[in-house]
Ligand binder design. Structure first.
Ligand SMILES: [Zn+2]
Length: 127
């Protein structure tokens, strides 16, 4: 560990809009029903090619969470955040999961097909 290398994914993938690094596979998508200050946001089981920043307490519309911003390993922009811990019992499913902001992602082929098709998940509001 500690060496910078980029993981290449196959199939339907989401990439960093800024530099094109692969960020997540569409199979890892849990929900597209999240929102952040800059618009829509998607919840993933796992993401790749990101660094996790320091943890901080953040008040969200669904309650207090311990979160950490995540950064693209290649270009350094903030692409979303990781849920380290949730205080509310019914929000515990998000622990260890990752949010990627819709505005920070692109589809691997530039069509946004995977970004905007197949809405999944329930209606969740978060910030
Ligand atoms: Zn990037």
């Amino acid at each position: 560990m500690g060496r910078l290398y980029l993981i290449q994914l196959d199939g339907g993938i989401y990439t960093c809009r800024n530099c094109g690094s692969h960020l997540a596979h569409c199979d890892e998508l849990i929900s597209k029903a999240f929102h952040c200050r800059r618009g829509r946001a998607y919840l993933f089981n796992t993401v790749v090619n990101v660094s996790v920043g320091p943890q901080e307490e953040r008040m969200m519309t669904t309650g207090m969470h311990m979160v950490a911003d995540i950064f693209c390993n290649c270009c350094g922009q903030i692409v979303g955040w990781k849920y380290e811990a949730a205080h509310e019992k019914n929000q515990k499913y998000k622990e260890g999961k990752f949010i990627l902001e819709r505005a920070k992602m692109a589809d691997f082929d530039g069509t946004n097909f995977y970004l905007d098709a197949h809405p999944v998940g329930s209606d969740v509001d978060d910030a």
